[in-house]
Design a protein around this ligand. Structure first.
Ligand code: GLC
Length: 649
């Protein structure tokens, strides 16, 4: 029977006619989603663009992409519409890797899916793999063709096969969407350089220095050491082009509706190749405004909302993850605040948590972490933090002076302490890292290094010190427990599951030699991975420790990412409480971030409502909180709940 809907006009009528050959159920489904998310799209586009042709053009794009959407992905759309919190479930564990460094190519990655399963991974993020420019390409973040896979990694068909394999295993695939810039060799840039006006307008090009000089007054430098300044002269263009990152990464002009439409098409095409989630690279930089640092501008959120609505209408199985490495007060907007709440990205990296954990480990002091996270604005319950200890990038000491001051520290001095500490330049340091992009103008010294080398494994091995090694592994597991216990998908970075050390061979590769972020982007040593089952090895201790964390996490409804974690100070500066109070049940995590045993009063835990006979989930044992004080061994990590109800069998 024909549905009793009122005759539609405008976008709905257009969509109906374009989709008509698909059959009534499919058309109705699409129109239902259009009705649901069109207001988000229209409102967001209206905030940014004044082009009356844009909406009909997008409806055309959406209908055509939907018609190309494979049946199995339409099924996934239905499943995830019924399970919109699929990324919030405690069983979601992420893993980020370079396809070539992990397993040579996409087919190799496919062959290694069982390894990921063994580790408990359900969410795989493969680092940039769409065709980059030849030569230096910032680890793939300079894309020259969004419709092709990097030659040595395989083909688009291999990508589809990998996504299918992952889906069969209940896993998902995330790719980077590099949307702030393209490679100078991308055809849009080539055509601009060939003199095509239409494409010149895809970029920010200035005939002389007036514009660039005006902007530079308030712009920071991302890569001051190897790419100073934010503009690059191009002879063919006879102009200065905006290049926030490297000279060969050209920033796109997102105020041009054509750029928006191009990316809408790219997103839908990736969705139809089975990509489940897009990591919106460097999203904070999308919109430029003179007199500001040209980050976090309101238009960024409107653009994300519009792209998100388009993805939801065509491919509701797809999610977005924002990579915005910005301050605490700005980052929440990437999960949606105000009018954008719940309408932008589903995930956003929790950079502050990462930085604060490393700071706490170095200082053996959690007070600033508590302070910083306490001031964090709440996120929408439908969105989640992506938590991590390490990733492919450097660690920038994004610490608010105010948070430092609150615990009696000077922000600048503490940042400097952290750089010295993690570069291994202090006698009390356990770390072996390297300084990345020292900026004499700001005093900034970011840090590169693998989690294991930063946490003391390398130094302990060099010193042949078993006790220091035991402490380093305990330190790593404690830090991971904080990350896994926060709520939201924890993302492991390739190699951290085996405690891989810094890889200094990067300096022998000409394209990598000046970028020491390659220090912590090793190749997977599969021979070492064989030791993961042997509890007497470092690899075995790390791997099994993480497997355990993941399993326990998956079993705890209290860790559903809709809830919040409150960080609480204790009477010991080295002891952190993380308190979660979802309807699913109270959970109190206790961490000692130092190598010395600590003591706190039991009441500091029980006053949050936990019974005196609590259950520690990670070791699956009871904990008596009846004595006045409680002893916490070095780097202990406890996940306390009420005792589980065991069903008699
Ligand atoms: C992101 C990436 C980083 C890259 C930059 C430019 O921050 O994580 O590796 O250099 O964007 O694309």
């Amino acid at each position: 029977m024909h549905s009793a809907r009122p005759a539609a006009t405008g976008p709905t009528a257009l969509a109906r006619s374009l989709l008509a050959p698909e059959g009534e159920a499919e058309v109705d489904g699409f129109v239902d989603r259009l009705d649901r998310w069109l207001p988000d799209l229209v409102q967001a586009l209206g905030q940014v663009y004044q082009d009356p042709q844009l909406l009909p053009r997008l409806v055309g794009l959406m209908a055509s992409a939907r018609r190309q959407r494979p049946t199995r992905l339409r099924e996934l759309d239905r499943t995830r519409l019924l399970r919109p919190d699929w990324l919030q479930l405690p069983g979601v564990i992420g893993y980020a890797a370079y396809a070539d460094r992990f397993a040579d190519d996409l087919q190799g990655v496919r062959a290694r899916v069982p390894y990921l399963r063994e580790l408990g991974v359900t969410y795989l993020h493969l680092m940039p793999l769409l065709k980059p420019r030849p030569g230096p390409n910032d680890g793939g973040y300079a894309v020259m063709d969004y419709n092709a896979v990097r030659d040595d990694l395989g083909t688009m068909a291999d990508l589809v096969d990998l996504a299918d394999t992952l889906h069969e295993q209940g896993m998902s695939l995330t790719l980077d969407l590099v949307l702030n810039h393209v490679a100078r060799e991308h055809q849009w840039a080539e055509r601009a350089r060939a003199g095509e006006e239409r494409y010149r307008e895809y970029f920010h090009v200035f005939a002389d220095r007036t514009g660039p000089d005006a902007y530079e007054r308030s712009l920071p430098e991302v890569f001051p050491a190897f790419a100073p300044g934010n503009f690059t002269w191009d002879d063919a263009l006879q102009g200065w082009v905006w290049t926030t990152f490297n000279a060969w990464q050209w920033d796109l002009n997102w105020s041009n509706p054509d750029v928006f439409a191009e990316f809408a098409e790219i997103i839908l095409s990736l969705a139809n190749h089975g990509i489940d989630c897009l990591r919106l690279d460097a999203i904070a930089f999308l919109w430029k405004r003179e007199g500001t640092d040209s980050q976090n501008q309101p238009e960024v959120h409107a653009i994300t909302q519009a792209l998100r609505a388009i993805a939801r209408i065509v491919a509701p199985a797809m999610a977005f993850k924002a990579e915005a490495i910005v301050g605490p007060q700005q980052v929440v907007a990437y999960l949606g605040t105000g009018a954008h709440a719940g309408k932008v990205s589903d995930l956003a990296y929790h950079n502050s948590l990462m930085v604060q954990v490393w700071s706490a480990l170095a200082a053996r002091d959690v007070r600033m972490l508590v302070r910083a996270l306490e001031r964090f604005p709440a996120k929408p319950p439908t969105a989640s933090w992506a938590t991590y200890l390490r990733c492919h990038d450097d660690i920038g000491w994004a610490i608010d002076d105010e948070d430092a001051a609150a615990v009696g520290w000077d922000g600048g001095a503490h940042r400097s302490f952290l750089s010295d500490f993690y570069a291994g330049e202090r006698p009390d340091s356990f770390a072996r890292g390297e300084v990345f992009q020292a900026n004499p103008a700001t005093g900034d010294r970011r840090i590169s290094g693998s989690a294991a080398s930063l946490a003391g494994v390398e130094a302990a091995l060099d010193a042949d010190d078993q006790h220091a090694l035991d402490l380093a592994i305990a330190r790593l597991l404690c830090a991971h427990a904080i990350v896994f216990g926060f709520g939201g998908p924890p993302l492991l970075f390739m190699g951290d599951e085996l405690a891989l050390l810094n890889d200094r061979t990067y300096s022998e590769v000409p394209e990598h030699a000046d970028d020491n972020r390659w220090l912590h982007r090793p190749r997977m040593p599969w021979d070492l991975a064989e030791r993961r089952h042997d509890p007497a090895t470092i690899e075995g201790r790390m791997f099994q420790g993480l497997v355990r964390l993941g399993r326990v996490r998956a079993s705890l409804d209290s860790l559903h990412a809709s809830g919040e974690t409150a960080m609480v100070e204790t009477s010991s500066p080295s002891v952190l409480l993380a308190v979660r109070r979802p309807a699913a049940g109270l959970m109190i995590q206790v961490y000692n971030v130092s190598e010395t045993g600590q003591q706190i009063a039991s009441a500091e835990i029980t006053r949050h409502g936990l019974p005196a006979l609590a259950w520690e989930r990670l070791a699956d044992r009871s904990v008596q909180l009846t004595e006045p004080t409680i002893d916490l061994p070095p780097y202990s990590a406890w996940w306390l709940t009420e005792p589980p109800v065991r069903v008699a069998t």
